[in-house]
Write a protein that binds this ligand. Sequence first.
Ligand code: HEC
Length: 308
Amino acid sequence: MLKILKHLNLSQKLSLLLSLIFVGGLAISASSVNALLNAKAQNQISLQAQILLEATSAVRDYTDTQVRPHLENNTQNLFLPQTIPAYSAREVFEKFRANESWGDYLYKEATLNPTNPRDKADLFETYIINRFRRKTNTKQLTGFRSQPFGKLFYIAQPFAITQSSCLECHSTPEAAPKSMIDRYGRDNGFGWKLNEILGARIIYVPASKVMQTAHQSFVKVMTIIFAIFTVAILAVNWWLNRYIVRPLNRMTQTAEALSKGNMEAEFEQNSHDEVGRLAKAFTLMKISLRISINKLEEFRTKLNSLNS
Ligand code: HEC
């Protein structure tokens, strides 16, 4: 390898070095840019999910504290699901995702034994709820879920009944308002116990679009880095040729011409840098050489005339 290097000329050696830097630099930039953009995309998705989950909590809270009290007397005769926090949170979210841009977002109060079948936890959600049930101090779980239409990011928070007032409708069908039984039946959503984890509030945010944007940014940034590296290599090569390789080649030719006896050959000095100073030194050497040769000539002529 070293032997091959010795036979390369300066610009080839430099090109080789720059190419190594180019490949290494590109690989390092690619991995760090990728990590950075991915982290940024993840943060963005996670923030969206967090905000939406907070917003649904606010709707729940509003319904619980401001709507339900107004209709409490009414519920005996006519059951109004609109007064139920879980229902209003879900309905508000359904309105939100009716907009085409947010159609892939989803909010669910996934429950193992729900009052409304649309809240029934699917296999994936059951797995999450069981994790919360096993480790009761887990406050939140996040991650990705693959769906046929793309990848979803989720944030899940466990829920349990913490107030005994909730048990009026969620303990036994006998305790629940008749109007509620008429609407929802006696089979689902009963037997809940205080402080037992019953399900998880889950928000799903489509990750594919954000990830795709991150990927596009990655391609853009890498193209710019690639272009900068390419221009730098071309510029350095051009500079090396113009200011070092060509002047050195010219000096070599001049030195060769001089060695063959052409004393008219001149070392060109076009700059005052190291290369220029080398040309100047060669010129001085050539002058000294000429003086020495002249002296030698004179001496020889004198010797000849003395001899004759
Ligand atoms: C007046 C009866 C009533 C009371 C009181 C009540 N709920 Fe409900 N709850 C319901 C009904 C009805 C539904 C189903 C709403 C729907 O159609 O989405 C429901 C749904 C839920 C759900 C969604 C899962 C499911 O079963 O479909 C959760 C979670 C929930 N309630 C929690 C609570 C909590 C916590 C309290 C106490 C703060 C509470 N509920 C008090 C009637 C009640």
